[in-house]
Design a protein around this ligand. Structure first.
Ligand SMILES: [Fe+2]
Length: 295
């Protein structure tokens, strides 16, 4: 039988934020752990069996936890930031995003949108040119310019605890997967830190939230008491480590980073357990739009 253990927030992935971002109170929250017990608020929201979600309630980190997360460290110079290891929060200038926001204007202010309306937005004749302009602005944050990839525009309804669905399933059975690992680059565990980062720009009118556990996969490997070389073959890809970690350490907090409109997070999503949330303050109720890129 698995013995559940307590583990407090460890030193791990830090968050760098650009100097012009107001990193005031109510930016970062910690959950009281993770759980497979998902409260069903909407009948159409169904999770995969065994999916982990952040456990309520959320609290602000104390001074020690803020230091562990590095959130007193401003991104004065991009060279300070280990792009493969840490998370960045940047603000995209209004003028760079204005043409894209004009195309999205109606969507951004709607509480819901029909699929056909969204198709009309993503096939708008100007959308491709406008995204190229935004991509040019993002190039300094890209380590492999030849591997830069626009993943596209996405929308999510408000009020979702986590947003990612299992796209492998057939359309009628889309299930939410909860806290998970991306595998865009399909690297094995020992090379996960070489994967591309993901940039996600909040193009909505309201806050979105990036959720993550502040440990890389190899940090989790060691936290589970596993050793190199003894256990590396069993965890060659490392894709099971996140679930094993959340099972063994159910009180380890999830970090919730608030991403305000026109801000973007840059994160190594192939190397950390994460998701996003559209559940904000009461009264917020419009569609959440985003642009995703691999950099
Ligand atoms: Fe993801």
């Amino acid at each position: 039988m698995l013995i559940k253990k307590t583990l407090e927030l460890q030193k791990g992935i830090k968050i760098f934020f650009q100097t012009d971002i107001d990193f005031e109170k109510h930016r970062i929250f910690l959950s009281s752990g993770t759980s497979t017990e998902v409260e069903q608020t909407l009948a159409q929201i169904k999770y995969c069996k065994g999916a982990f979600v952040p456990k309520e309630s959320w609290r602000e980190p104390n001074i020690e936890e803020k230091t562990l997360l590095g959130i007193n460290e401003q991104l004065v110079n991009i060279n300070m930031w280990d792009l493969h290891q840490y998370i960045g929060l940047i603000r995209i200038p209004d003028k760079v995003l204005a043409p894209l926001e004009a195309i999205l204007e109606n969507v951004r202010k709607s509480p819901a949108i029909a699929l056909e309306e969204w198709q009309a937005v993503v096939t708008h004749p100007e959308v491709e040119n406008v995204i190229v302009e935004v991509s040019n602005y993002l190039m300094p944050y890209c380590l492999f310019r030849h591997r830069f990839k626009v993943l596209g525009l996405y929308i999510k309804p408000p009020g979702l605890k986590t947003v990612t669905v299992n796209s492998v399933n057939n359309q009628s059975e889309n299930l939410y997967i909860g806290m998970h690992l991306d595998s865009w680059d399909r690297y094995p565990l020992r090379r996960r830190h070489k994967s591309r980062n993901r940039i996600c720009i909040n193009l909505g009118c309201e806050d979105r939230f990036f959720l993550f556990i502040n440990l890389t996969l190899i940090d989790m490997f060691y936290a589970l008491g596993l050793l190199i070389p003894k256990d590396i073959h069993k965890h060659y890809r490392g894709t099971e480590l996140g679930n094993e970690f959340m099972k063994q350490y159910p009180s380890y907090p999830v970090v919730k980073l608030t991403v305000r409109p026109n801000e973007a997070y840059i994160a190594p999503t192939d190397n950390l357990i994460h998701d996003a949330s559209t559940r904000g303050r009461a009264g917020e109720a419009v569609m959440k739009c985003k642009l995703n890129c691999l950099v």
